[in-house]
Ligand binder design. Structure first.
Ligand SMILES: [Zn+2]
Length: 218
C-alpha cells in the first residue's frame, strides 16, 4: 500500500468506527507504521472533513518533535509512538473510548477468560493499565506494561487500545474487544461468567496458531 493509500485507509477506518458506534466524535485515534515513520490522525479534526494530507507523519525513532503535517498530531500520540517503538511486530494501533470497554476500564475490571476469543489478544485476559493523565509519558509506560504478551488493553478511566500487524487486523481487534467487553458486562448482570481455565485457553491459542488467527510472537 502506498503512503497516500494508507493515509486514506486511516480516514476510512476512522469514519467506519464512528458509523458503527465503536467511537464517538473525535475521541478515537489511529496510527500505522509506514517504514520508519508513524502515520497518525491529527488532533480534534472531525473525521468527515479529514483529508489524507492532514494525517501527521512522525519519525518512530529519534526526535518526535520533528513531526510533519498541517495539523498537530492527536494528543494521545505518545502511547501510539511508544507502542510502535517497543513492539516491532505491531503495525497499527487503534484507540477508542468505546462504551463497554470504557465501562470496564472505569470500574477497573480486567476482562477474564469469559469467552474463548479472549485468546485472540494473546492470553487468558485483557488487562486494565494503571491510571495516568492522557497524553503523558507515565500513561505510555503503564500501557506498555499492560500490553506485555498481549495485543490489547483497557486504559483505566479512559478507554481501550487494540493493536495488530496491519490496520485491518487492529480494527478487527478493536471491534472484537468491544464485543467481548459487552458480553462480559452483561454476563456480570446475570450472576457472573464461568471462567475458562488456563489449559482451555492454551488449547485455543494452539488452535489459533494453526489457523493463523493469532499472529506468531517471538
Ligand atoms: Zn483517549
Amino acid at each position: 500500500m502506498s503512503e497516500l493509500e494508507l493515509r486514506q485507509a486511516i480516514i476510512d477506518q476512522c469514519r467506519a468506527m464512528n458509523a458503527s458506534g465503536l467511537n464517538q466524535g473525535t475521541s478515537g485515534n489511529i496510527s500505522v507504521r509506514h517504514g520508519g515513520r508513524m502515520l497518525i490522525t491529527p488532533s480534534a479534526i472531525p473525521y468527515a472533513g479529514m483529508t489524507p494530507e492532514m494525517i501527521v507523519s512522525m519519525p518512530i525513532e529519534g526526535d518526535a518533535s520533528k513531526w510533519e503535517g498541517p495539523k498537530k498530531p492527536s494528543v494521545e500520540w505518545p502511547f501510539h509512538l511508544d507502542i510502535l517503538r517497543a513492539r516491532p511486530e505491531i503495525g497499527a494501533v487503534v484507540h477508542t473510548h468505546s462504551t463497554f470497554a470504557t465501562i470496564l476500564a472505569i470500574a477497573r475490571k480486567p476482562i477474564p477468560a469469559c469467552h474463548y476469543m479472549i485468546a485472540a489478544f494473546g492470553g487468558h485476559d485483557v488487562r486494565v493499565c494503571d491510571y495516568a493523565r492522557y497524553g503523558s509519558k507515565e500513561l505510555s509506560e503503564n500501557v506498555i506494561k499492560a500490553l506485555e504478551e498481549r495485543s490489547a488493553c483497557l486504559i483505566a478511566n479512559h478507554g481501550m487500545i487494540a493493536t495488530g500487524p496491519s490496520l485491518d487486523k487492529a480494527m478487527w481487534a478493536a471491534v472484537e474487544l468491544e464485543t467481548i467487553a459487552r458480553q462480559y458486562y452483561h454476563s456480570l448482570l446475570i450472576g457472573g461468567p464461568v471462567i475458562l481455565s488456563e489449559e482451555e485457553i492454551a488449547g485455543v491459542l494452539q488452535g489459533f496458531a494453526s489457523y493463523g488467527l493469532q499472529e506468531k510472537r517471538s
